[in-house]
Design a protein. Sequence first.
Length: 195
Amino acid sequence: MTIQTRKISVEEFWAMPDDPGHRYELVDGELVDMDGAPRHGRLTGHIYSLMDSHIAVARLPFDVGVSTGFQMDVFTLRFPGVHVTSWERMAAYDEEAGGWPKFAPEVAVEVVSPSNIHVALALKAREYFHNGALAMWIVNPETRTVTIRRPGAEDNIFASGEIVDGGPEIPGFSCAVAEVFAVLDRMPKATGRDN
């Protein structure tokens, strides 16, 4: 016997009570647990800080944020680790009306984690680009690489010793790949327990 499970809509997701200890994305009507590990959070926060600082100093007309929801369709809600969205695009969103913006940010940054594997990242890229994203950054702490994916173009992969160029999406932004991951080297090491 097959049990049918009903898809959850983004509107229903908005009304759901908090689930302590869990953060979810909504993917085709199903709840998907997101990585909330400290390492993931530190790296995401550091990338936000680098981008936010540049945007503030350069006085660019962009909103930059962490884990903000963007509605891809009726049953899909994505929370990129970091987003960069133009003020012009954000003007189409009425925060007072509730819900999430019904578009993708110009730039979505995703940090690779066990819950964010390559198949999932490819699906996210398609959704982001279908909804107007200009670039998706894939930050991989295991390989220490930053990949910038753009619709219809070859991936640009930046490795250790190279400089990440924000391209036309974030004018003037550049950063050493080593600096992107520097926060991981400053994390305390686990000491274990004495038995």
